[in-house]
Design a protein around this ligand. Structure first.
Ligand SMILES: Cc1ncc(COP(=O)(O)O)c(C=O)c1O
Length: 376
């Protein structure tokens, strides 16, 4: 059996090596390391793929979130509501901009921000909501957009984990995750569903004025060379990374389908097991693109299961082991433990199994047999 990895980027690369190598070689041959034609090509192709007016590439997903917030002119002290159960980057940039993060609990089924918790957290100071499309599935955007409209709030989607996922609205229409709110961000970190071979990120919006503003912010606040109209940052997707992304974007749907297929095989093997809650999804749909395949383990020792898998050479991980409201950097006297029952429960129950585009049946069987053997 091929060695099991949490993410197998080498096997994925081997299949597209000649295209990737040619893309990189082109940058080297033309010396267009920064802002080369590869970056513009990628921007245009991603706009078409997502059906969004503006993609603004930048250096990574954390910058993308920060720049999106800078573009909205949020002011120190403005409250920004986001999920307690996510990667720290989401709350980090809120704090960094001296906005006030307001962490709220998540939904136990889709593990995304809880609609009830958002409603409870709104105050006159609330200016924005940041839903995170966690593990590859979109948050409930019908409800979030309705709340935002009612209270005049911005919605900034953190789409680092769900590129290519579709969100189906209550009326049956669909849009890609990341093009529903006012602005959104994504990451092209190598292990992401669309990953480059270094750091990369992008901001998406349909708002022309906001896109213009953000294009200046990513480039030191310049709209005209050496005229700095706003405080900006230096955040660029380099041409080599754009070349890699140009080679991979045509395969994104195929990659996401491979992830969904692997998830469906995991789910089938675990069906009916009383200790396992599998992620629910529609195999024929495209709602969940499985950036991570995350199980909840009930009435069993999750940490001992993890050790059992590691002992058998099966990588696995806990995303995320500590709620953000309990992290030293984000402690706040306003938070009460009883406001986070679901996150506090999930951090003890979740385990992520290997998930990538190259998992084969033999590996999946070995992984699922090993999980079931422990839970017997
Ligand atoms: C939910 C979420 N937001 C933001 C980020 C930040 O992306 P990057 O690592 O590219 O800065 C990540 C990356 O792991 C993420 O998972």
């Amino acid at each position: 059996m091929k060695k099991i990895q949490m993410v197998d980027l080498k096997s994925q690369y081997d299949k597209i090596a000649s295209t990737v190598n040619a893309s990189i070689q082109e940058v080297l041959d033309t010396n267009t390391y920064i802002n080369g034609p590869q970056v513009h090509q990628f921007q245009k192709d991603l706009e078409i793929y997502l059906d969004v007016k503006h993609v603004i590439p930048c250096a990574n997903g954390t910058d993308a979130l920060q720049i999106a917030m800078m573009g909205l002119d949020l002011k120190p002290g403005d409250e920004v509501i986001t999920a307690d159960f996510t990667f720290a980057a989401t709350v980090e940039v809120i704090a960094l901009l001296q906005l006030t993060p307001v962490l709220v609990d998540v939904d136990v089924v889709n593990m995304n921000i809880s609609i009830e918790a958002i409603k409870k957290a709104i105050t006159p100071k609330t200016k924005a909501i940041v839903p995170v499309h966690l593990f590859g599935r979109s948050a409930n955007m019908d409800e979030i957009m309705a709340i935002a409209k009612e209270h005049n709030l911005y919605v900034i989607e953190d789409n680092a984990q769900a590129i290519g996922a579709n969100y189906t609205f209550a009326d049956g229409t669909k849009k890609k995750a990341g093009v529903i709110g006012h602005v959104s961000s994504t990451s092209f970190f190598p292990s992401k569903n669309l990953g480059c071979y270094g750091d990369g990120g992008a901001i998406f919006t349909n708002d022309d004025a906001l896109a213009h503003k953000i294009r200046g912010i990513v480039n030191h606040g310049m709209y005209e060379r050496y005229h700095h109209d706003v405080v900006g940052v230096n955040s660029r997707l380099d041409s080599i990374q754009a070349g890699v992304l140009n080679a991979k974007l045509p395969f994104l749907n195929e990659y996401n389908t491979a992830r969904r297929l692997a998830a469906s095989k995991y789910n089938a093997a675990f069906e009916g097991n009383k200790n396992i809650v599998t992620p629910a999804f529609d195999l024929n749909g495209d709602d969940h693109v499985f950036h991570q395949y995350v199980l909840r383990i009930l009435d069993a020792d999750r940490d001992a299961l993890m050790q059992h898998l590691l002992d058998k050479g099966i990588p696995c991980a806990i995303y995320y082991p500590i709620p953000l409201h309990s992290q030293k950097a984000y402690l706040d006297v306003r938070y009460k433990e009883e406001d986070f029952p679901v996150t506090n429960q999930l951090v003890k129950e979740v385990i992520a199994l290997p998930m990538h585009t190259e998992l084969d049946d033999e590996q999946i069987k070995f992984i699922t047999d090993s999980v079931l053997e422990f839970l017997k």
